[in-house]
Design a binder for this molecule. Structure first.
Ligand code: ATP
Ligand code: MG
Length: 354
């Protein structure tokens, strides 16, 4: 067969998806490289050895991981804005998560959304869920994401109820590394850090997802009427509509960790009120009341101090992700060599693939 020719119907024989080190052959643009085969929306092409060593500049047609090449396996999650499906790439067998958000976007917002999606795609960090490609078509935004087979920390928490401190420290360290990357390298504020936006997998990895999506929701607030997402983890300065910065994510991190440790959202809902009344009460409590804390009789002094540092009401009093990396809580259980992989899998993966 002539090198460089297109072979549209070639079936690839690959090891099980689990054994494929995907990063080995997925180029930055979402084009697959398997040995000397280049797979993209146009089909499969054999590339010459010199191309393998020094890949040619990506042409627009190579820059596609096409939706048509993905088979839907099942719906794995539902959010307020849309659904998340497990999909499989026809050529390679690789799994992805496909997030589909229904949103009729006015012309004037489209550029902004395209920009946000680009930011998503440009993020490259082991602690941030990879976004391979995104599309907007007929009122539907489709985002092809790295598939995290353990689901979200919210799913996990529902099973285990509480997460013991040593595991929490290991989880927290990974989230901090993700935040370090977003805040200090990419200068992105997540704005919607919560248990359902922290995803886990059988390798014991924890990754942040959905940054940028919340920016889209914010900037199109009038139109994105589907966005009734939770405001529970929102910092006081955001609730009052003031200026906010990356410290707003640190507040959310504090609440998420406290919830994982105690098994309860730190602000308890009022018994009398429901719905909107309850919602306003919660917002009021976050703004007016002293911040929550970890009960010292149940938790280490290091954990309590970490939480209190995160949930300072004044953003400037909260440490940065960088500063939190050196907090004693992070090092407290390091000698135990915590194995998150077996911890996550022993609880049973909610999304076991097939
Ligand atoms: P909201 O819409 O308020 O942000 P949410 O974060 O729960 O809520 P989604 O982001 O749509 O909504 O995610 C819904 C669920 O889908 C998650 O809780 C998780 O179980 C699953 N999920 C999302 N992304 C992935 C992924 N990349 N891999 C595996 N599962 C995922
Ligand atoms: Mg989410």
């Amino acid at each position: 067969m002539k090198k460089g020719s297109l072979i549209p119907n070639l079936k690839l024989s690959l090891p099980p998806p689990d054994e494929i080190s995907f990063s080995k052959f997925l180029t930055q643009s979402g084009t697959f490289m398997v040995d000397d085969l280049l797979v993209n929306g146009d089909g499969v092409r054999i590339v010459t050895q010199s191309e393998v060593e020094a890949p040619p500049p990506i042409k627009p047609s190579d820059d596609q991981l096409s939706l048509a090449d993905l088979d839907t396996i099942k719906v794995i999650g539902k959010g307020n804005g849309g659904i998340v499906q497990l999909v499989q790439h026809k050529w390679t067998g690789q799994f992805f998560a496909l997030k589909v958000i229904q949103m009729n976007i006015e012309e004037s917002y489209r550029k902004l959304i395209a920009q946000e999606l680009k930011i998503n795609q440009s993020a490259q960090c082991p602690y941030v869920v990879v976004c391979y490609q995104s599309f907007y078509n007929n009122g539907v935004i489709s985002i092809i994401l790295e598939y995290m087979d353990g689901g979200s920390l919210l799913d996990f928490l529902k099973k285990v109820r509480t997460i013991p401190e040593p595991y929490l420290a290991a989880i927290c360290k990974q989230v901090l590394k993700g935040l370090l990357y977003l805040h200090h390298e990419k200068h992105i504020i997540h704005r919607d850090l919560k248990p359902s936006n922290l995803l886990i997998n059988h390798r014991g990895e924890v990754k942040i997802t959905d940054f940028g999506v919340s920016a889209i929701m914010d900037s199109t607030s009038g139109q994105a009427n589907t966005f009734l997402g939770t405001y529970n983890y929102m910092s006081p300065e955001r609730i009052v509509g003031g200026k906010y910065n990356s410290k707003s994510d640190i507040w959310s991190l504090g609440l998420v960790l406290l919830e994982c440790a105690t098994g309860q959202f730190p602000y308890s809902p009022s018994e009398q009120s429901e719905g909107w009344a309850n919602f306003y009460e919660l917002m009021e409590a976050i703004v007016e009341k002293p911040p929550p804390s970890a009960p010292s009789d149940h938790f280490s002094q290091e954990f309590s101090s970490f939480i209190s540092a995160c949930v300072q009401k004044e953003p400037k009093d909260r440490p940065s992700a960088h500063e939190l990396m050196t907090h004693p809580f992070i090092a407290l259980y390091e000698d135990l060599d915590i194995d998150l992989s077996s911890y996550f899998t022993s609880a049973g993966s909610p999304l076991a693939t097939l």
